[in-house]
Design a protein around this ligand. Structure first.
Ligand SMILES: C[S@@+](CC[C@H](N)C(=O)[O-])C[C@H]1O[C@@H](n2cnc3c(N)ncnc32)[C@H](O)[C@@H]1O
Length: 254
């Protein structure tokens, strides 16, 4: 406990983060539900607007956490598409985070209509999910937690239908030294305003640390290309005043 430098052994890193989420789960939405940092809510809405899911799609919310992205997905389907058949599968490795998502979404009309499925699982290996089964694979602020991104991206490629889209939202860690330094300061500022209300600061910092270690956007775009995704233009768009990046890839049709 209290250690901020990760062991680079993949399994160890995952366990440390899992421990952090177990401790932090109840407080997570003070950050990401928008009560301390409203920008996080604005960013999720902004992303759903950019994703603009079509009616009837099958949506996979990988690293669902407490369920925020799925909520915006269904709200979008209701409000913009007036759609009542699209479905969502919600996956997370952490029992506590997933149980908050269940509490939050398990009683909604979407769940009662059988449109929501919860799976406790690891993004690296999802035997519960068959090949070619989703139109959208969304990983919102979860990829920075993955020690083996290549395995995760390969698994995403497998479960997406041909022509299906992957959307990864991450921190934009920047490409040049001064930009990285400015971003580092901004992240610290966000930690300060949100962290004041969070009891377990050590665990929160452990999670933030893993976010800052994420590769630069062009480097991650290359990883997506290496996994076989087709990327349009430069492969990502700046979000949240360019503090974040939305990576968009397509599974080729042949
Ligand atoms: C920063 S939270 C993001 C939650 C949610 N997507 C959101 O935007 O609010 C990251 C989530 O990824 C989950 N996670 C980390 N590693 C995972 C893995 N290998 N497979 C599935 N979920 C994982 C964590 O348990 C945590 O709930």
């Amino acid at each position: 406990m209290g250690k901020l430098v990760f062991d680079t052994t993949p399994g160890v890193e995952t366990n440390e983060l899992d421990e952090a989420y177990t401790t932090f789960a109840e407080e997570y939405d003070k950050y990401h539900g928008g009560s301390s940092v409203p920008q996080t809510t604005i960013a999720k809405k902004e992303c759903m607007g950019l994703i603009s899911p079509k009616p009837g799609v099958k949506f996979l919310d990988m690293t669902v956490g407490t369920g925020n992205a799925t909520m915006y997905f269904f709200e979008y389907q209701d409000r913009i598409n007036r759609n009542t058949v699209s479905t969502a599968t919600l996956v997370d490795l952490n029992t506590n985070m997933l149980s908050i998502a269940k509490k939050r979404l398990g009683d909604t009309k979407w769940a009662k209509d059988g449109r929501i499925e919860f799976i406790k699982g690891n993004a690296e290996h999802m035997p519960e999910i068959s090949d070619n089964s989703f139109d959208i694979y969304c990983c919102y602020l979860g990829m920075h937690n993955m020690p083996n991104r290549n395995k995760v991206l390969r698994e995403a490629m497998r479960v997406l239908k041909p022509g299906g889209k992957i959307y990864v939202v991450e921190f934009d860690t920047g490409t040049w030294r001064i930009g990285k330094a400015i971003r580092g300061l901004l992240f610290q500022f966000l930690e300060l305003i949100a962290g004041g209300s969070v009891q377990n600061r050590t665990m929160t910092l452990r999670i933030h640390h893993s976010g800052r270690a994420f590769p630069s956007p062009p480097a991650f775009v290359q990883e997506m290309k290496d996994a076989g995704f087709a990327m349009e233009n430069n492969g990502y768009r700046g979000i949240m005043y360019t503090l974040g990046a939305l990576f968009i890839g397509t599974k080729p049709t042949e």
